[in-house]
Design a binder for this molecule. Structure first.
Ligand code: DGY
Length: 328
């Protein structure tokens, strides 16, 4: 009988959905498979459900029968696409279902940094709030300021909608190509990256991690930003040179930052970023609401089922591997 492996626990309903295809192996509630357990479970598996585990040559070697790796995430930088192509393993991901949830976090981080929510929460709790304190509590406005979105996909559009219609912001965007729909719907203006960095009050990074976007935000680019600007990263940690970001924040090249992603996750507790008062850090929670994470896992399961039932066109196959479906 065919076998499906999930690196994380599945609910009874999720296991039932998969069991029509074969045996299902997943760790018990509250646990993840160790690499050894995973590799051993994979030796006769045709399908893998993953949550960020690297699907590379080392894993694929242990899974000679694998037909599909389905990740419960929209990002798939943990897929070694060349290795998957060589072995004709399809990769699927979960676009759409998380767009609004990630865009909500983008607004939350912009507001938290601009209005110094975390810093001032500590101030109140430590009993430091005194009568007459006025200017020490000031932040900066979000409404009517200029938002620069780098990477204009579905999440970028969801963020632009909130910023434009909720906060009357002006929208600049930079992407590989221009998007008429975005310009019409949100009055957004396309800008080259240097121009966007120079003009925006808030810069939000939403690009996928690719060889072209690795270290996209480096010292030169942080130096282009306004001293009053706020930087938000919702993409992947490796899109940012973190040493340069620390300098930018310490030396006042920019006002502050809100970070959901880091080069190393979990970020080490002694990381210099964590000692800076002008940074709000959250632990890669862009899509982390119960409803959205459930929808993502359900979609990852549907993708896997579609591929294994011979309907790969009904699955969200990652664009770089779509031609494998067309080849049949
Ligand atoms: C994704 O889906 O890629 C997100 O980063 C996970 O929260």
């Amino acid at each position: 009988m065919a076998k499906i492996v999930s690196t994380k626990p599945l609910s009874v309903a999720q296991r039932e959905k998969l069991s029509r295809l074969g045996d299902v192996a997943c760790p018990p509630e509250g646990r993840r498979f160790s690499q050894e357990e995973l590799f051993s479970a994979l030796h006769d598996a045709v399908g893998l459900i993953t949550f960020g585990t690297r699907v590379d040559e080392a894993l694929l070697e242990q899974a000679p029968s694998l037909k599909v790796a389905s990740t419960a995430s929209v990002g798939y930088d943990h897929f070694d696409l060349a290795a998957m192509r060589r072995r004709h393993v399809l990769g699927a991901h979960t676009p759409h279902v998380l767009d609004d949830t990630v865009a909500d976090l983008g607004m939350a981080l912009m507001l938290a940094v601009a209005r110094r929510i975390v810093e001032l929460d500590g101030y109140v709790r430590r009993g430091e709030w005194k009568k007459g304190d006025e200017e020490v509590l000031y932040g900066v406005d979000v409404h009517h300021r200029t938002l620069g979105i780098v990477g204009m996909g579905r999440i970028g559009r969801a963020l632009a909608k909130r910023a434009k219609f909720g906060f009357s912001m002006n929208i600049l965007y930079h992407a590989r190509s221009r998007h008429d729909d975005v310009e019409q719907a949100f009055g957004a203006r396309y800008a080259a990256l240097p121009e966007l960095l120079q003009d925006a009050d808030f810069v939000v990074l939403l690009t996928p991690l690719t060889p072209d976007t690795e270290n996209l935000m480096n010292e030169d680019r942080f130096r282009l930003m306004k001293r009053s600007a706020i930087f938000i990263n919702l993409s992947r940690g490796k899109t940012v040179d973190e040493d340069a970001l620390v300098h930018a924040l310490r030396e006042g090249w920019i006002r502050g930052a809100g970070l959901d992603v880091y080069r190393q996750e979990p970020v080490p507790p002694n990381h210099p970023l964590l000692s800076l008062p002008n940074v709000v850090c959250v632990p890669h929670i862009g899509s982390a609401t119960r409803a959205t994470r459930t929808a993502m896992l359900d979609l990852a399961i549907d993708n896997l089922v579609a591929v294994l039932e011979g309907r790969p066109k009904d699955a969200y196959i990652v664009p770089e591997l779509k031609d494998l479906v067309e080849e049949g």
